[in-house]
Design a protein around this ligand. Structure first.
Ligand code: MG
Length: 241
């Protein structure tokens, strides 16, 4: 981590980073499995367990398929494990479910306030998610962030999937900033790995998703409780930026 340097851009993961994963996604995971299993509760349990989520609570384990995968990856795995949809058909249904889930997202902190303060420091803001671009755009609109977010990329935006560095590189290009000027913030290893491959100046893990201090240690420069602590971590004195 460069000393004294301050980031010119911050690329955020969405789920588990801007939004509390357990509060937002546990129930949606249950809905997704129910949908894929079409009323077969034994199959639903199988799909949740193979996806890394508890079959009753929907809580997901660190870096599991449901926490880190995109709709196409989840659909492919679930069809292979017994869902009777086609992969393309189930991908479409999951994308639809996830888009409708926007209003169920629980922000980790006051997002407009945090992003407004970061913008006031001249920081460019991006969101890179394994969700679809439409779901990200709907989320940004729903939470009043359109004027605060400079860049979004989803798994279907054409920049590749995490942990490939494509979304990170696209953010740098879109904002005209060098990779070493960017802080990558996320709750999963694939976020930290995308930052590493992309050449991020800072890789910051947060504990509001499925990652743990153990799962993130060694693959991040710093692990903080949540993005509420981000300014303190990056700017030392948040009142004197
Ligand atoms: Mg995440």
């Amino acid at each position: 981590m460069p000393e004294q340097a301050r980031p010119g851009g911050i690329l955020f993961d969405k789920d588990g980073t801007l939004f509390d994963y357990a509060k937002s996604w546990s129930a949606i995971n249950l809905d997704a499995a129910r949908l894929a299993a079409q009323g077969d509760s034994a199959l639903g349990t199988t799909l949740l367990e193979m996806g890394g989520a508890h079959p009753e609570t929907g809580l997901a384990a660190a870096d599991c398929l449901l926490a880190a995968g995109n709709a196409a990856e989840i659909a492919a795995a679930w069809v292979a494990h017994g869902s009777s949809f086609t992969v393309a058909g189930l991908t479409g249904l999951l994308d639809e479910l996830f888009c409708k889930a926007v209003s169920r997202m629980v922000p980790v902190t006051n997002l407009p306030a945090l992003l407004t303060r970061l913008k006031a420091r001249g920081v460019r803001i991006g969101i890179a998610s394994s969700d679809s671009e439409r779901a990200i755009a709907d989320t940004v609109a729903h939470f009043g962030l359109p004027t605060l977010v400079d860049f979004i990329a989803g798994y279907d935006s054409g920049f590749g999937y995490k942990p490939e560095p494509g979304m990170f590189a696209a953010f740098c290009a879109a904002c005209g900033i060098a990779p070493h000027e960017v802080a990558m913030v996320g709750d999963n290893l694939h976020d930290m790995e995308m930052g590493r491959r992309g050449g991020a100046g800072w890789r910051i893990g947060v504990l509001t998703g499925t990652g743990t201090p153990e799962s993130l240690a060694g693959n991040s420069d710093l692990v903080i409780e949540s993005i509420a602590d981000l300014e303190l971590a990056l700017f030392a004195d948040p009142s004197n930026g």
